[in-house]
Design a protein around this ligand. Structure first.
Ligand SMILES: [Zn+2]
Length: 385
């Protein structure tokens, strides 16, 4: 921890303002105490470690207090504390909130609102995050979680990339609502070593935990309150997202043949077989990143082809569809049915708008819809933001 009380009860916050030597001198004459349990704590100062306070080994305080924080976590907390202080905001380091018995990393006051800031470096159970959020919400606080930048993103200079996000990381993807149906999704991450924020945004789901994403960097000294929001993707960014999407689509269609060896249980392959189409020859209107597609963990090719197959079985067209069919259809997938229902509706809209004949899989349509669909999604969103 970075805060303690002196013997006089004065609060100390360790930032980079104080030199290591003066801290070493200070601890000879002063005793420090844990703000929560009031036990005496050690001021640890070394040439490599970041100065911090620590309880003696025998303590009952550990449960409610984060001991053994990583240097990265300590460093990030100090830098964020300095950022908010420089922005002239009232900022508290590790304050104890007695009503909910929680201690956020930072508590920042802006526009008369107290906002807990959590800089999360390690993976902890999602249930714990939900619990902490519920605590904050119960006292009308809206916390902001900042994740430690994942190494592959930290090292990448690319504006568009493909990346896998764990369930834990995905939990922190935050929608920023706009007036349009499309929402801007962002994951706010911070890298203390380089002292910069890495924004991950405009998530396009590929398959499983893989996403094509836009990536942008902001030095901490340029950060503002409220936090800056990434700019609209440029035409080049949208072309980049399109390339990543198409490449993942092709890769999937090529690899799926391999499932054949494990029998025909794969329902995507069976549907291809029944419709007499080779996966790799799937028309371009199957496997399109229409709105809400991330509701399915499967590749867009897969759920969209299966949906088309389900409609064909009823001998109807997208124009004559009744919703009960889609409702039954989404029940065969894992995930949030309500969002999947929405995804299907948007895909149906697309088929209707393009006047696609779903009974003709053999008609070659030279044009690729990905760029068109993504441009439509993102340009509309930012235009009205
Ligand atoms: Zn304590």
């Amino acid at each position: 921890m970075l805060t303690a009380l002196t013997s006089q009860g004065k609060q100390v916050v360790l930032t980079r303002q104080t030199s290591l030597d003066s801290l070493r001198e200070w601890r000879k004459t002063e005793t420090f105490h844990c703000p929560q349990c009031k036990e005496q704590v050690l001021l640890k100062v070394g040439d490599i470690i970041i100065p911090h306070f620590a309880h003696h080994q025998q303590t009952n305080c550990r449960d409610s207090f984060s001991e053994g924080e990583s240097p990265t976590h300590l460093l990030g907390k100090i830098q964020l504390y300095e950022l908010f202080s420089q922005l002239q905001l009232q900022t508290e380091m590790e304050p104890y909130l007695p009503d909910i018995q929680q201690r956020p990393d930072l508590l920042v006051t802006w526009q008369n609102q107290q906002v807990p800031i959590e800089f999360q470096c390690s993976t902890i159970p999602i249930a714990l995050i939900l619990e902490r959020n519920a605590g904050y919400h119960s006292i009308n606080m809206q916390p902001i979680w900042i994740l430690l930048t994942p190494p592959k993103i930290q090292d990448s200079s690319a504006c568009v990339l493909t990346h896998r996000f764990s369930q834990f990381q995905q939990h922190f993807i935050r929608p920023i609502h706009s007036s349009t149906k499309e929402t801007l999704t962002i994951l706010l991450t911070y890298n203390p070593q380089k002292q910069q924020f890495h924004y991950v945004s405009h998530f396009i789901h590929l398959r499983g935990t893989s996403f094509a994403i836009c990536h942008s960097v902001m030095r901490i000294k340029h950060q503002t309150i409220p936090f800056a929001i990434p700019a609209a993707p440029s035409t080049t960014d949208i072309e980049g997202l399109t390339r990543h999407y198409q490449s993942a689509r092709r890769k999937y269609l090529r690899s799926v043949i391999g499932y054949n060896q494990r029998g025909i249980h794969h329902r995507f392959l069976r549907a291809c077989y029944e419709m007499r189409v080779q996966p790799i020859q799937l028309p371009a209107w199957i496997g399109v990143p229409t709105f809400r597609q991330e509701a399915f963990s499967e590749s867009d090719c897969e759920w969209q082809l299966l949906l088309v197959a389900a409609i064909r079985q009823t001998r109807r067209t997208p124009f004559q569809l009744d919703r009960s069919l889609i409702r039954t259809f989404v029940k065969t997938f894992e995930g949030d049915s309500t969002l999947q229902l929405e995804a299907c509706e948007h895909y149906m809209d697309f088929l209707r708008e393009q006047r696609i004949d779903i009974y003709r899989l053999d008609i070659f349509i030279g044009r690729d819809f990905t760029l068109e669909v993504l441009s439509g999604r993102f340009l509309a969103m930012h235009a009205r933001n």
